[in-house]
Design a protein around this ligand. Structure first.
Ligand code: ARG
Length: 381
């Protein structure tokens, strides 16, 4: 226990303290372990669960889950848009060696269309091969949170030029306005004010993101104290140098494009439909199958579209049965007596079921008097 605490404390120090001491220098000596005063420096280890949606990516960047299957990161962290199974995301932990970590591969990348031009469009989406069971973080869609004191977090270097970190670190960085940021000269003259946001301690430096933090979150708090993602780590000259702030993609400017790109990633597996009509006998039972071939698990938002002609839908009980035999009740016989037909889109949480295999729709008529027809149904796992 003791050594564990020491390790954490030292990590915290080396993180941001070193940078503080480094004012104007490329690299500074780490302070002695007993000099550590993390609260003064501004950086500390993140607690387990504090940033439950943060992701470490295998190319050495950070990211944030914005849906259960999509990571927001930086464009400069990923190759071109297209199918991509070569990226691994590690999440659910602050310690990258934690045996409870969740590890999932990518299956598709969207790189911001403007990436590679002026530096502002530094965002990308990575779709994971399956949904993951962690919370997501909302993206700012208005500039209202683009000022104040922000939170950053990542497993990137704790000193300029230093090694990547095993434990997640966080820090607070004050907003720096565009004009002041550009007054740093050099690359900062190319800042795209509407598309980038600067943060750091202007006079003293000392707190910043650094190499390996790219793509990770720049956060503010909403009126309820909840995190809102207002940017992703992009670039800076050195790290934590005075008058050389960190520069971040400004989410409020790109939110429409980011959310549209996320929607375009659509369902991961090709929807499967069965359009063979089936008579539903009075007091009878019918089943209809579709086959899915798709790696990984089904979605927490598996969609089942059902179209049935029936003069009295209150007679019908409808279930979806997963390939392993688990059944999900889509419709009971109660509550909708009197109405006719079933033309519904049901949502089922099947995130713990393999997507592949034969899925069954089962319809039972449990009251006498009427017959009907299953016209068709469609499953999007
Ligand atoms: N481009 C870096 C990366 O790929 C991020 C650098 C951030 N630098 C800074 N001084 N804030 O990880």
């Amino acid at each position: 226990m003791t050594s564990w605490r020491r390790r954490l404390t030292f990590t915290a120090v080396s993180v941001l303290a070193v940078l503080g001491a480094a004012a104007g220098q490329a690299v500074a000596e780490p302070p002695a372990a007993n000099d550590v005063q993390p609260q003064v420096i501004g950086g500390t280890p993140a607690a387990q669960g504090e940033f439950p949606w943060i992701v470490r990516l295998s190319m050495g960047c950070g990211g944030s889950m914005i849906t259960e299957q999509i990571v927001l990161t930086a464009a400069h962290c990923v190759p071109a848009t297209g199918p991509n199974t070569g990226i691994t995301a590690t999440l659910g932990v602050v310690d990258l060696q934690d045996p409870n970590r969740v590890v999932v591969n990518s299956d598709y990348v969207i790189r911001a269309p403007g990436a590679g031009g002026p530096p502002g469009d530094d965002w990308a989406l990575i779709r994971l091969a399956r949904p993951v069971d962690v919370p997501t973080v909302p993206i700012a869609t208005t500039p209202e949170f683009d000022t104040g004191t922000f939170t950053v977090a990542g497993w990137g270097a704790a000193t300029e030029g230093g090694p990547q970190q095993r434990f997640l670190l966080k820090a607070q960085v004050p907003f720096i306005d565009d004009e002041q940021c550009m007054s740093a000269g050099s690359s900062y003259l190319n800042l795209v004010p509407a598309e980038e946001i600067c943060a750091g301690n202007w006079d003293s430096g000392g707190v910043d993101t650094c190499q390996g933090d790219s793509g990770g979150p720049l956060l503010n708090r909403d009126a309820n104290g909840e995190f809102v993602l207002i940017g992703t780590t992009s670039w800076g000259i050195g790290c934590a140098r005075p008058q050389n702030p960190g520069v971040y993609m400004q989410a409020s400017h790109f939110s429409d494009a980011i959310l549209a790109a996320a929607a375009s990633l659509g369902p991961r597996c090709t929807p499967a439909a069965n359009t063979t009509g089936l008579a539903i006998p009075d007091l009878g039972e019918v089943t209809s199958q579709v086959t899915v071939a798709c790696d990984g698990n089904a979605s927490g938002q598996t969609k089942v579209e059902v179209n049935i002609n029936h003069p009295y839908r209150g007679d019908l009980v409808v279930d979806l049965i997963a390939p392993d035999g688990t059944s999900y009740r889509l419709k009971t016989a109660k509550g909708d007596d009197g109405a006719d037909n079933v033309n519904e889109l049901y949502t089922v949480n099947a995130a713990n079921k393999a997507a592949s295999g034969t899925w069954t729709l089962r319809i039972r008529d449990v009251f006498s008097g009427d017959t009907g027809t299953l016209k068709n149904w469609k499953l999007t796992v």
